[in-house]
Design a protein around this ligand. Structure first.
Ligand code: FES
Length: 99
């Protein structure tokens, strides 16, 4: 089974997921709380940066690209609610800037 690593602040959470499962739902079902709101590519709250294994995710769809913008997509960002896992993947939840 694919391994999903989710970095939130100083902590890294690692767990196995069934192939083809949704990144956001798999994380929150294990109490790994990636922030989210709409779950439908409208709010952008669930944005994560892919650090490794981006090729093991489904392709970026039009609603996701529209929400993130081309630059963020090219920088490796995904919407967790739109990402499906097909192999080992490591993502990081961006931390809010204090200033
Ligand atoms: S939760 Fe709103 S875009 Fe993913």
């Amino acid at each position: 089974m694919p391994q999903l690593d989710v970095i939130i602040g100083p902590k890294e959470h690692s767990f196995e997921v069934a192939e083809g499962e949704n990144l956001l739902f798999e994380a929150i079902s294990r109490s790994v709380m990636i922030p989210f709101n709409c779950t439908s590519a409208r709010c952008g709250t669930c944005r994560v940066k892919v650090l490794a294994g981006g090729e093991h995710l489904n392709e970026v769809g039009d609603p996701e690209e529209l929400r993130l913008g081309e630059e963020k997509v090219n920088d490796g960002f995904r919407l967790a609610c739109q990402a499906y896992v097909y192999g080992d993947v490591k993502v990081e939840v961006p931390q809010p800037r204090l200033y």
